[in-house]
Every structure is written in structure tokens, then in C-alpha cells.
Design a protein around this ligand. Structure first.
Ligand code: SF4
Length: 353
């Protein structure tokens, strides 16, 4: 089918109601920017899930970064989107206003120039991300070890996508298919979603990031439910991003991550602890860690903030009573309104309903 036929099919679809979840902040943004919900039949609903790494990072993690940046001779190094995420008492940006030392960078490797310039200061990198960014942190650890750098640490909040999808499904989420994250799948391979597809008998469609690619992936899921697709039952993984995603993924990157990080239980914002969903530095590299493993619970979040329900698809951002009233990108009350990949931010700036 060509793109025009796919569009027509999806607009005219009149089968059972389908709720399809995307679990990637870049997909959430692309769906809104391309006006994709308006191209679909009313019987196909797109639901945004826990796809923004900054949003799922617990407030206890932000609190720990704040504690670190206020210590003498310590500087927290981070990407910009973490700066305004609320902790239980303040954000990193506010901590900076109170004398905390926080340095924004564009690449994890920028930390080495800082560390060399100030050998008496300890630089702590806020290593937040999913499978996509974990290889960059593995390279960082490798360089620390190879160069004998003594004043760089990591505070990790590395999270894994299959485990959180498993949690959503096990909790009975009313979802009939997943747009699987293309960037994650480049590293993990599409096969990482196969056990979930089989366990919950749901279609997973690995999607790219253009409007056409996303529509093709939605079409793949809808066809499975329409009974029109060829092959075995509903529990299947389809790859609609074959230009960069293979079934096996980037095995070299997978090995690098496995060399330095172990899998363990980890806490997610608003979702509690999810078994096996975190990546932590192995015990032999514990001297490079700034306290990640001690973060076993979330701290309180702003009263009224519904990030927990928004991240799990139980509430649309616009249903949050604070949305657009006291919570906006200029005055975010929760993590989901801070990052450009956040569900609330994306719905707000694109005026998505
Ligand atoms: S709109 Fe703001 S307060 Fe409501 S869930 Fe989103 S981030 Fe939290």
C-alpha cells in the first residue's frame, strides 16, 4: 500500500476500538508535530507512555544531584533538560541559585575537559537515559579507566524499556499495540520486544520518526487486529524501520554496556520499583558511582501533579487539573512538562488534546 492508501485506510477504519501506545519521547513529539491523531479514525486512539527518560527519573534522583552539587569541590554535569525537573524541594536550577555548582554540557565526553582543568574538583555526570544512551556512558567509563581519571563519577538513572512495558501490561493496561521505540531498537534489536509480544499477544511495530513511517507502523498494528495481516497471531514484532533497525541490534554496543553495567531493580517516577529495569555500574567500578544504588524509593512529587498517571497512559496530559493553568513549560510542576520529550510539554506546545 502506498502512503495515501494507508492514510485513507486509517481514516476510514471502522473495526474494534484500538488504543496504541508509543513509548518514546521522540515519537510523542513527531506524532504531535505531524498531526497524526487527526489523520486517524476515531476508533484508533494514540496513548503516550513512559518514553521520556528525564520524566521517568525519580525525584529522589534529582534530590541526590542537588545534594551533590551543594557539596564543596563538587560539580554536577548534566544535559539541559534535567535542570528544571522538580525534586522534592527544588530543582537543580534552583539549587544553582543557592550556590550549587551545575554545569550543562552537550556530550558526556565534555566532562573530561572540565575534569582536567580542575583536578581538585569532583565532577558527577547525571547519566540519565534508556538503552539508546547507555553505550555513550559505557564509553565514558572506558575512558575514565583508560586515562586514569580520578575526579569523574556517574550518578546513573539508566532504565530499560522492555521491563516498563512488561509492568504496564501486567498491570492490565488497556492497550492493543505498541509503537516500539526506533532509537532503542537500533541498540537492542527488534528481538527485545518478542517475549513481550508473545506473552501478552500484542503487536509491536518498531517505528521510525517521520510522519509516513509512524503511519505505516500504526497501519501494521491495525491490520493485525483487523485480521488482514498475514503470518501468525497478534503477538508479533514488525519492523517498520529496517533502514537502521535489525533483529539483533548493535551487538558491539550491547557488549560495551554489559561490560560495565549490571541489570538490577530500579525506581521509576510515579511507578515505584520495577524488577530488572535499571543498569548500575558493576561492583568492580563502584568507586566511579556517586550513590546511584542507594536510590531505592521515590521522593514526594508536587501535590496535584499527575505524572504517574500520565506516564502510564491512564490519563492524558490535558486531563491533569494543573495542565495549562499552574503548570506550563515556563512554570513546570512536574517532570513531564520540562523536557522537550515529555508528554505534557509536547501536548502543551503542540496544542494536542
Ligand atoms: S500537567 Fe504538569 S502537573 Fe500535570 S501531570 Fe503534567 S507535569 Fe504534572
Amino acid at each position: 500500500m502506498n502512503p495515501e492508501e494507508i492514510k485513507r485506510y486509517l481514516k476510514e477504519y471502522n473495526g474494534p476500538e484500538l488504543r496504541i501506545m508509543e513509548v518514546c519521547g521522540s515519537h510523542t513529539g513527531a506524532i504531535a508535530r505531524n498531526g497524526i491523531p487527526g489523520l486517524l479514525s476515531d476508533r484508533i486512539r494514540l496513548i503516550s507512555g513512559p518514553g521520556c527518560p528525564v520524566c521517568v527519573t525519580p525525584s529522589s534522583y534529582v534530590d541526590r544531584l542537588i545534594e551533590l552539587c551543594l557539596q564543596p569541590q563538587t560539580c554536577v554535569v548534566t544535559f539541559g533538560d534535567l535542570l528544571r525537573v522538580p525534586g522534592s524541594r527544588m530543582s537543580l536550577q534552583e539549587a544553582r541559585g543557592r550556590g550549587g555548582r551545575v554545569q550543562m554540557v552537550y556530550s558526556p565526553m565534555d566532562i573530561f575537559a572540565l575534569a582536567k582543568r580542575e583536578p581538585e574538583t569532583t565532577f558527577v555526570f547525571a547519566a540519565v537515559g534508556f538503552e539508546t544512551t547507555a553505550p555513550a556512558y559505557a564509553l565514558m567509563v572506558q575512558q575514565i579507566l583508560e586515562d586514569g581519571v580520578t575526579n569523574v563519577r556517574l550518578l546513573t538513572a539508566l532504565r530499560s524499556m522492555p521491563e516498563v512495558i512488561d509492568r504496564l501490561c501486567a498491570d492490565g493496561a488497556d492497550i492493543q499495540g505498541f509503537l516500539a521505540p526506533g532509537h532503542v531498537a537500533v541498540v537492542t534489536g527488534s528481538k527485545v520486544f518478542e517475549p513481550l509480544a508473545s506473552k501478552y499477544q500484542l503487536p509491536f511495530a518498531v517505528a521510525g520518526f517521520t510522519g509516513t513511517q509512524i503511519l505505516a507502523a500504526i497501519y501494521g498494528i491495525v491490520k493485525v487486529w483487523s485480521g488482514d495481516a498475514s503470518g501468525p497471531g497478534r503477538g508479533r514484532v514488525m519492523n517498520f524501520y529496517p533502514s537502521v533497525v535489525t533483529r539483533e541490534g548493535n551487538t558491539r554496543a550491547q557488549r560495551q554496556v554489559a561490560q560495565y553495567f549490571d541489570r538490577a531493580d530500579a525506581v521509576w517516577r510515579g511507578m515505584g520499583v520495577i524488577a530488572g529495569s535499571g543498569r548500575f555500574l558493576k561492583p568492580e567500578y563502584a568507586h566511579l558511582d556517586a550513590g546511584s544504588a542507594q536510590l531505592t524509593a521515590d521522593s514526594k512529587i508536587n501535590r496535584g501533579c499527575c505524572c504517574d498517571r500520565v506516564l502510564t497512559g491512564r490519563m492524558r496530559p490535558t486531563q491533569c487539573p494543573l495542565f495549562g493553568k499552574v503548570c506550563s513549560p515556563l512554570r513546570p510542576q512536574g517532570a513531564c512538562m520540562v523536557s522537550a520529550e515529555g508528554n505534557c510539554y509536547t501536548y502543551y506546545v503542540n496544542q494536542r488534546e
